[in-house]
Design a protein around this ligand. Structure first.
Ligand SMILES: O=c1ccn([C@H]2C[C@H](O)[C@@H](COP(=O)(O)OP(=O)(O)OP(=O)(O)O)O2)c(=O)[nH]1
Ligand SMILES: [Mg+2]
Length: 160
């Protein structure tokens, strides 16, 4: 770590009530100042054959304030080293949810199994504010430059 960290730790913006359903495992925590994701741990040993998935408990329950959502993101190190990801990435933890946060891990490696031990950090939780939309039905949508183009409509090469 440099003498002067250019990303100093912030005063937390928000308190979130957490229960530890497994008191021997740590609370979610940020690895570095400025990190967006707080790491979540598995409470169980996991063995995933190639292509296999498993719903893995984290031992954590939260009560998010109204207007907030927590998103369960994969960890890039596990993805790069082992092909490990999350089936429904990012998982959505609703403000009203009071159950245990679980992570639907999947082993995308075509050959190697993935083995994780109880206590390993398996995913990261990003807490965000969100907008509650009112879906207002109209007959025709306003025009835009993109229009209905999508799914690669701009091509893959560099653009002028
Ligand atoms: O990765 C995840 C995704 C969801 N959940 C919990 C929290 C969330 O609030 C609840 C419902 O998730 P979601 O809305 O994604 O699932 P659904 O299939 O739509 O179920 P439901 O009908 O219960 O909303 O399950 C997790 O613990 N981990
Ligand atoms: Mg739902």
């Amino acid at each position: 770590m440099p003498d002067h960290d250019p990303t100093p730790d912030r005063t937390p913006d928000l308190d979130i009530a957490v229960v530890r359903l497994d008191p021997d495992l740590p609370l979610p925590s940020y690895a570095h100042p400025g990190d967006a994701g707080a790491d979540l741990h598995t409470t169980v040993d996991v063995h995933l054959a190639p292509g296999e998935r498993a719903l893995v408990p984290t031992g954590i329950g939260v009560a998010l304030p109204d207007g907030y959502v927590a998103l369960v993101h994969p960890r890039s190190g596990l993805a790069a080293r082992h092909g490990l990801s999350i089936v429904n990435t990012p998982g959505t933890i609703d403000a009203g949810y009071r159950g245990e946060i679980k992570v639907l891990l999947i082993n995308h490696d075509p050959v190697e199994a993935v083995t994780l031990s109880r206590g390993d950090r398996i995913a990261q939780l990003v807490v965000q504010r969100f907008e509650r939309a009112r879906f207002v039905e109209v007959g025709v949508l306003p025009e835009s430059v993109r229009g209905a183009g999508g799914y690669g409509s701009t091509g893959t090469g560099s653009r002028p």
